[in-house]
Design a protein. Structure first.
Length: 337
């Protein structure tokens, strides 16, 4: 039986556009790395299996749920710096594991080039069950990191890279028969073997859970007072912790200071509001104030530092900088050389 195969490519300078392109995912992106964003997607669908190359050239905070009925696996091809999956450091030899229906959180490295596989849960469980006497359901009960050996990690990256290259070739020559479905099958089989052979970290220490809960409580506190300035001393009093405890929690689990992280959340809300607004409305001042920015000069400085452009440019820009379509012959999949 021949499986339906769909491939398309997108390049964007808008992380929100990349988020919305993956419309099967229930998720949200926020930019947390300073500077103008650039991203690329190479999307492939082979039957019910989704495999895509995802490149972020600024650190992004992902929160969300994978497509219904699937287990999502993230393979890092290239990264600069350190990512954090569920608050825990993630290296290039770790696979990000997001079980079916489980909400997960990832703060990427400043450059994160990856392959993400959304595999039907029943298919993955069946393959894993054939390889181990352990119940694979227990291995996929919550978001985790699968720590691979260097040899297995290199093998997985090589297979994912080969798959992407073939997808590029198939996109460039759509009328030519492609072995992409067969390669997709072998890639999923390899991922099942990698998970079974890995050391899973899916039960974080109590200290990790406490710090992540403290961050969540901090975010909720600020969202309840979204039109008020962020006061760290007031936040600490409300949560009943010292400033040092709060600072350590944010630094350990997000890599950022509390004010930097929380202010970034608000700046991202402003960004989304401006992207959705009518440029003729001239509402920048009001949107800034509605999100707790009373000093407009400082707001403009912080906004430009985070997103690499002035708020007025975001308002005017719309979504006209997105390019969707086949890859050019002189535009290889970067980061694989």
């Amino acid at each position: 039986m021949t499986l339906d195969t769909h491939i398309h490519r997108l390049e964007s300078r808008d992380f929100e556009e990349m988020e919305q392109t993956l419309d099967d995912w229930d998720h949200r992106y926020r930019q947390v790395g300073a500077g103008a964003f650039r991203g690329q997607l190479l999307l492939t669908e082979v039957g019910s299996l989704g495999i895509f190359r995802n490149r972020w050239e600024r650190a992004i905070h992902y929160q969300g749920v994978a497509p219904k009925g699937t287990v999502a696996l993230g393979v890092t091809l290239v990264q600069t710096g350190e990512g954090r999956w569920m608050g825990q450091p993630a290296t290039i030899d770790d696979v990000l594991v997001q079980p079916q229906g489980a909400e997960a959180e990832y703060i990427s490295a400043p450059l994160w080039d990856s392959v993400v596989l959304a595999i039907p849960e029943a298919d993955l469980l069946e393959r894993m069950a054939d390889l181990t006497e352990t119940d694979p359901v227990d291995m996929l009960r919550r978001p985790s990191l699968a720590h691979l050996t260097r040899q297995m990690s290199a093998q997985v990256r090589e297979a994912c890279t080969a798959y992407l290259r073939l997808a590029e070739q198939s996109l460039a020559k759509p009328d030519t028969p492609s072995p992409l479905p067969e390669m997709a099958e072998s890639t999923v089989e390899l991922m099942a073997r990698a998970l079974v052979s890995s050391r899973l970290s899916n039960d974080p220490k109590n200290s990790v859970r406490r710090q992540r809960q403290l961050i969540a409580n901090s975010v909720n506190y600020c969202e309840d007072r979204e039109d008020q300035p962020i006061r760290i001393n007031a936040l600490c009093r409300e949560l009943g912790v010292s400033e040092r405890t709060l600072r350590n929690a944010f630094q350990n689990r997000t890599g950022m200071a509390p004010l930097t992280f929380l202010k970034g959340q608000r700046l991202n809300r402003v960004y989304r509001a401006l992207r959705q607004a009518d440029p003729a409305a001239r509402l920048i001042k009001q949107v800034a104030q509605d999100n707790g920015f009373s000093h407009l000069g400082q707001f403009s400085h912080d906004y430009k530092q985070l997103f690499g452009e002035a708020p007025s440019k975001t308002l005017k820009r719309g979504r006209r900088d997105v390019r969707v379509g086949p890859a050019k012959n002189d535009d290889p999949v970067r980061g694989f050389e």
